[in-house]
Ligand binder design. Sequence first.
Ligand code: ATP
Length: 309
Amino acid sequence: MNILVEHLTKIYGTQPAVDDISFEVRTGEILGFLGPNGAGKTTTMKAITTFLEPSGGEIKVGDFSIHTQPQEIRKNIGYLPENNPLYNEMPVVDYLYFAGAMHELPKDKINERIIHMISICGLEGEKHKKISELSKGYKQRVGLAQALIHDPAVLILDEPTSGLDPNQIIEIRDLIRRIGKKKTVILSSHILAEVEATCDRILIINKGKIVADGTADELRKKSKGNEIINVTIEDGDKNTIFEALKSLETVGLVDFIDHKENAFEIQSLPELSSRRNVFNLCISRGWVLTEMKVTEAKLEDVFRELTIS
Ligand code: ATP
């Protein structure tokens, strides 16, 4: 089931939290929604899940419009809200039963789905515990299980791994990837590595506007960052090499990475490459170039470029 967001706007008072954004997510796609605090991620997710009435624009989930068929949309969406609100006094199984009943699943179907959710979310050992007794990671799994109980075609996850330890993060990510193969998933996060590891596509939002949309590789290529290469050069005096590298006409900055190994990091001037010049320099001086590696722009740098004002 595809999600189509067209000219979505939400204004609080005079402040636009989301400002005329449009995008589409297709079945089988996991979209990472990335942005600094207050960018408008939660507002957009709440609008898609019909928990919030936008000031303008249209959202369609499949053929259903948020304006005219919100109930149909809710039937097809699983939502894990920010901070994962749960009923702490309820045992896990009872809570999942309640979530299934809220989605009007028949009784026998609810029991079947609970067994399945306990299995895929790894809750076997915890299923009879009260939610308040669970660790944060297991609470998050219960949140995911309630979002999935009615087998929705679309899954909206607002910071699903926030506050988890590294092992739990990996487990939840794997779970999302497995589930995401057949569903349409939007996942918000502040963690760039997570979005890169889990999502097929990344959408960066800043101050209510979309500032980038593409795969991690596409975003890196769009980065304005200058070329950075790491080189190791043997058979020469390190200070002589350093000075010679600095004087190349394409080079902006040179740093020692490792004095013993004669390893340097070279940053080229904007829109220039230093690879040929470094190679030719080594040949002309009789130095041996034992390593040359172009460092890709980091996603963190792309994110900063696009969201810092
Ligand atoms: P975070 O990463 O911090 O959760 P976010 O990208 O999810 O941020 P939103 O929660 O969508 O951002 O908020 C976007 C903007 O809208 C913020 O400036 C926020 O203060 C404002 N906002 C959100 N909800 C309300 C509200 N109920 N009333 C007034 N302003 C709000």
